[in-house]
Design a protein around this ligand. Sequence first.
Ligand SMILES: [Zn+2]
Length: 465
Amino acid sequence: MRHISIILLASLVLLGNLLTGCGDSPGPSSPTTITSSFESGSIGKTVKTSNAVWELTIADDNNNATLPASWRSWWYVRMDNAITDSPTTFTLKNSGWLYYYLPIYSYDQKTWHRFDESEVTRNEGGELVVRKQFAQPTVWIARFYPYTFTDLELYLRRIAGNPFLEIQIPEYSQNGRPLYLLKLTDPNSPVAAKKRVFIHARTHPAETPPSFLLEGLINSLLSGSSDAATLLATTEFYIFPMHNVDGVIAGTYRSTPQSENLEVMWYLDTTDPLNLRADAPHEVKVIQQYAKRLMTDSGPPVVVALNLHASNSEPDIRTFFFPHFGALEQGYSATQAALWNSQLRFIDLLATRYGDDLLEPPPADGGAGFANNPFPETWWWTNFQDQVMAMTIEMTYGRAGFAPRWITPDDTRQLGSALLLAIGDYNNGSVPAVKTARKTADGVPGRQLLYPAWYPPNAADELKY
Ligand SMILES: [Zn+2]
């Protein structure tokens, strides 16, 4: 009996190891694998030399090879049966952006870590090479901190029921997902005394920093502070937190699953530019029609419209803006200069609240080119001129003013808190305490770039196209 028991025990241990794949190091029965088959996941071809050596090719959105190379940036994978007793190396191929950055990783999709600068190098082809010994066999790895549709719904569940918040679903996406709209105001304060603020985010699905910003902004607004009470009593906030929800779920970088770049498809109807042409994508029409209603109903008009993005840039580029036009003395009209001055006042108010050294200086001249392109700001400008301070804000993914460390989601939530206060300052006519330096034609004096040889100071940041 005793003899049989020992054999039985040994067999059970062996069976257990086979079933769970545990053991000191994976054997041939548990090869390392990489997948992106989960929400917001994305990768193209993967080539495995051994369990420890991989090549990962960044995918085109929807595997559509006709899309521009600059649209290839986002990737998000899960590695299973990763080896834990020696380093794994993977090379990221095919990126549309040849600059240095630190990806992030997590063992549970909740707590995320940046790779260390000692673990991330570039090869002679400019490709990122990551080498790290992982502590656990399952690891999620991504270009930047993910923020999925599920994350948004979990967040909404946490704040739902607050008396100052109304969660609406004005429409559904092309794939039938809710396009949430958050209205935040004090319903007991008179509407006539309020100003309206309109914000939308995640038009480009993989640009996740705006979602962290919105959490910071909304948390501050619902914090019960006296600043929040004043803002809620005097403002109606309308926020579309996830414009391109289908792309977020699919794991695309810039487009919908139909390869539409919603940022540049605000096709104005030339006979009545308050409306869009029939061929504008559904999600664009939903936002435009909501904004149109806010501008034409009996309530107060929108005075601030913010369009939230994040830009692939050299690691030390900080949050920046796309203000339009310029000063009277630069040859702009009085109305154009009025919009320009409003935008610069807003930027300076944000610099006062967040930190002048955490924002890029605005350009010396914003230009008028946007007015000929189908951006959201073009719709606002064409219909309402300087009455609406409509502007794009671009967050960045790198050190972003926090050098030597790299930016975190909490830093971006802080930006959201500061942005909220700056909106209040702007709406009550405050004069900024900080006057931010303006960029000159020669660039930004004194800027220290981490890798200037790899990303020259005058190289373009990612633009809205
Ligand atoms: Zn963008």
